[in-house]
Design a protein around this ligand. Structure first.
Ligand code: ADP
Length: 492
């Protein structure tokens, strides 16, 4: 079965967050299940530099935003499609913002073009490769189901569509005037269509027009149907509940493997956990923390934002420090939070160390060297860093929300007795509750046998793609089978 996967980023070619990891991992993970997945993404300079321009597959003369080309390149033994449209994508750096951090003013047009190209590819833009399903990720691909549903039906085959929400907070809303440039009918600008509270809603469109919807954990799938966490889309999501599925993300177990990780000074596995101490020392030395095996070392690898609960961590920090703990943080984001963490590092030199920026190798050392990884998110669709933590025996201390709730088993009395604790959860998501969790963690850490047992159990958790890839493959197959039977599920 052929599936086109449409996303604005793709690991290892271009990444700003978890979306890239997922889009990058799916093709390989799905292959054993008989799914031939090809990604489509914009031909950003960073991507062209890594994979070359490949061969031209189709001219896209009518592309919104000016003419472009669909190209196919081979990378790592797989084919991927690039949307070449230099007027939209030949810009350095981050794919969404300019050098000052402001959104590119034509982001609506840029990603409408990506979705348009996806629909064209879905309708046989590459005559040699006709997908049965177009799988769209996040708002940047949100218009693709609309183009496929509302575009010229006679233009080619009509693949099924899946829309995946990686984070409902990013919806892609643009002024309605943009519609005139998008090759979509103005009549579709209504509540049952493209409109979102007076704006043009790209994610809204995807959620309305796609055949099936998924998000990245079962708990988040429920949370986004509530008014508290539905961010204005809960009504639509409730109406489409029968088509909405939560499938937890996996991680790339080759990239994230403490036994082979090239970024760790000392390789280790569950049978040789004592070797992890070598990485802890290396991390403490590298970041200027006091080198001390007995200090409870917590790490954070995160965007610094309100969503990620970084302000809660600042507030709860005294609890960790009073217990003799240490914090090693790698992140970038809101300037106010960066300044506050910088101040904390100055005030508590040797106990708190912060690195600001994006650093893939260091993120591995933080996982390999720390005792615990903190993820105090206010909401978290899935979360990846807690999964890396499980794999590295770096016990996750997480807010009980979204995918964090689904993937970490709290060290409750019962779970400890049954030997199935893999980390700590806290709720409600407040600084006070995080402080309690840190106190509990400090206590558990001081009982090394128990901590070791939790680490070994955590490292045995199935955090790879196997189970989730199978669920996606089942979903595609069910969709295609339903299509043949004449099914369809557009809400009226
Ligand atoms: P989100 O996609 O909401 O930012 P996730 O936990 O799903 O959060 O994914 C974040 C990904 O980005 C993880 O792979 C994490 O290791 C990585 N990451 C986040 N911040 C940094 C950073 N400053 N340096 C290196 N990697 C980072």
């Amino acid at each position: 079965m052929r599936v086109l996967s449409v996303a604005s980023e793709l690991f290892p070619l271009l990444k700003t967050g978890g979306l890239a990891d997922v889009a990058g991992a799916l093709p390989g993970a799905l292959a054993p299940f008989g799914v031939d997945m090809r990604p489509l993404l914009p031909a950003y300079p960073a991507v062209l530099e890594k994979v070359g321009a490949g061969r031209e597959v189709a001219e896209l003369a009518a592309l919104p935003g000016g003419p472009g080309r669909l190209r196919a390149v081979e990378h790592d033994g797989r084919i991927l499609y690039l949307l070449e449209a230099p007027q939209l994508f030949d810009r350095p750096g981050n794919p969404y913002v300019d050098a000052t951090g402001a959104d590119w003013p034509d982001n609506g047009l840029r990603f409408a073009a990506l979705a348009w190209a996806a629909a064209r590819t879905g309708r046989g833009g590459d005559p040699e490769w006709q997908p049965a399903v177009v799988h769209c990720h996040d708002w940047q691909a949100g218009l693709a189901p609309a183009y496929l549903r509302l575009g010229d039906a006679g233009a080619g085959a009509s693949p099924k569509t899946v829309m995946t929400v990686h984070n409902l907070a990013f919806q892609g809303q643009f002024p309605p005037a943009l519609l005139a440039e998008l090759d979509l009918p103005g009549t579709a600008f209504r509540t049952d269509g493209l409109e979102y509270y007076g704006s043009l809603g790209f994610l809204k469109a995807g959620l309305y027009y796609a055949d099936k919807l998924t998000t990245v954990s079962p708990t988040y799938a429920l949370e986004i149907q509530t008014s508290g966490q539905g961010m204005g889309l809960d009504g639509l999501l409730r109406a489409r509940a029968a088509d909405l599925l939560g499938i937890v993300n996996g991680i790339d177990e080759d990239v994230w493997n403490p036994a082979t990780d090239p970024f760790l000074p000392v390789a280790y596995d569950a049978a040789g956990l004592e070797r992890k101490a070598g990485n802890k020392r290396a991390l403490q030395e590298r970041l200027g923390l006091v080198v001390d095996d007995a200090a409870f070392l917590c790490s954070v690898v995160s965007r610094l934002s309100h969503q990620k609960g970084m302000d809660l961590l600042l507030e709860a920090l005294p609890v960790l420090l009073a217990g003799g703990g240490q914090l090693a943080l790698l992140g970038s984001g809101e300037p106010g939070l960066e300044a506050a963490f910088r101040a904390a590092a100055e005030r508590h030199a040797g106990q708190v160390a912060c690195v600001f920026g994006y650093d893939e190798p260091l993120s591995h050392l933080l996982q390999g060297g720390a005792d615990a990884i903190l993820v105090p998110s206010r909401f978290e669709p899935c979360g990846l860093t807690q999964l890396y933590g499980l794999r590295y025996g770096t016990l996750p201390i997480v807010a009980r929300t979204g995918g964090l709730a689904d993937t970490v088993i709290d060290a409750s009395h019962a779970a400890l007795a049954a030997g199935v604790a893999s980390g700590l959860q806290f709720a409600p998501v407040t600084a006070e509750a995080l402080g309690f969790a840190l106190r509990r963690a400090l206590e558990l850490f001081r009982a090394p046998d128990r901590w070791r047992a939790m680490q070994a159990f955590a490292m045995r958790q199935p955090v790879g793609w196997q189970a989730s890839a199978e669920r996606y493959a089942d979903l595609y197959r069910a969709l295609v089978a339903a299509g043949r039977a004449g099914g369809g599920s557009l809400p009226q």
